[in-house]
Design a protein around this ligand. Structure first.
Ligand code: NAP
Length: 315
């Protein structure tokens, strides 16, 4: 933070020459610097959190990132100003993390080695949300929490549309936990401490390409019609939308999905065609496993002014 006059400034007034115009120029410069450089904590520096940290660090912010794994501390040091080795269910650690921050982003998810069962979800999402709300009470510098949630809270709508006003009816216990975490955070919001929830579609991007998810199905015959709609969001747009939410001090719930709204059949077809792979065949005489299908509207975020970097699926 810039609490004093920039030492590199070429503007070095002699006290006797100091007049109001000079003073105003000086204060304006400081104010701009204050806006440009913030203290930001990213709780959960994984796939999204690391990209976000890299983006902010390059723009001069002081970024604190967390990991639960000491083996990741060294590599994370390249994209953050400081690393905290901690878990969200450690109340003292959460308190230390948020102290002195302007913005806190929560991007936690059970990691690869963890069993993603209900108990793990409770520790990862619920305990973190509760500790954060408590910590905020003693962290007056924090102006905004940006929390990454999931469109899975909408449950199955059999391909129907939902927006942020749609009633929440998560069918699975894990999605119910995500929904409870959202509620805890929203209830912890105040006039001076805003909470913005971004409900993400499936995340893809560099290192998480669709070819790696769907390519192995090439040439196979799959049960059903492939009519299920999967909503996606590219990592670039997650970083872009979080920065947009920070700069515009968004609060409340916003869906974050792209415009593609394709069925799984259409998505796999695009991937196979793009990589010249044998097509996938669908056999609707065989029953497919009942999976969630929902079309998620992104109109609210667009109406707020966010323009998607990748509105259509990149294959
Ligand atoms: N993946 C999807 O398609 C998808 C869809 C919708 C929403 N989301 C949400 O989007 C966000 C970003 O996802 P991502 O794919 O970037 O996640 P990710 O790569 O799995 O990273 C998750 C991060 O959370 C940390 N973490 C795990 N358990 C924790 C705990 N108990 N306390 C504190 N930190 C903990 C991990 O620590 P380590 O550094 O030790 O691994 C890691 O840094 C998450 O909030 C996720 O729920 C994901």
């Amino acid at each position: 933070m810039y609490n004093s006059v920039d030492e590199n400034s070429s503007f070095e007034p002699n006290i006797s020459e100091l007049d109001m115009a000079h003073l105003q120029k000086l204060l304006r410069r400081q104010a701009q610097r204050r806006l440009l450089s913030e203290n930001i904590a990213i709780l959960g520096c994984g796939y999204v959190g690391s990209a976000l940290a890299d983006y902010w660090q390059e723009r001069g912010h002081f970024v604190t990132g967390t990991t639960t794994n000491w083996k990741r501390v060294a590599s994370l040091s390249g994209v953050v100003s400081q690393v905290f080795l901690m878990k969200g269910d450690d109340a003292d650690a959460v308190q230390s993390l948020v102290e002195g921050q302007d913005t806190v982003v929560v991007s936690v998810a059970p990691t690869g080695s963890q069993v993603a069962d209900e108990a793990t979800y409770e520790t990862t999402y619920l305990a973190t949300a509760k500790n954060l709300v408590q910590a905020l009470k003693q962290a007056p510098t924090v102006k905004q929490i940006i929390y990454l949630s999931s469109c899975s809270v909408y449950g199955d709508r059999q391909g129907g549309w939902v927006d942020e006003t749609s009633p929440i009816s998560p069918s699975e216990p894990r999605s119910q936990i995500l929904s409870q975490a959202e509620q805890i955070l929203l209830q912890g919001a105040s006039k001076n401490q805003k909470v913005c929830i971004l409900r993400l579609g499936g995340i893809y991007g560099p290192g998480r390409e669709l070819i790696n998810m769907f390519g192995g199905l090439a040439g196979m015959t799959l049960p059903g019609k492939g009519a299920r709609v999967i909503n996606w969001i590219h990592r670039d747009d997650i970083v872009g939308a979080i920065e947009f939410a920070r700069l515009n001090e968004l609060e409340g719930i916003y869906n974050l999905v792209d415009d593609s709204q394709l069925t799984v059949k259409e998505q796999i077809k695009r991937v196979c065609s793009q990589y010249s792979l044998p097509p996938v065949y669908w056999d609707d005489s065989q029953l497919s496993i009942q999976r969630k299908s929902v079309r998620v509207s992104n109109q609210k975020l667009k109406a707020a002014g966010y323009q998607l970097i990748h509105p259509q699926l990149l294959v």
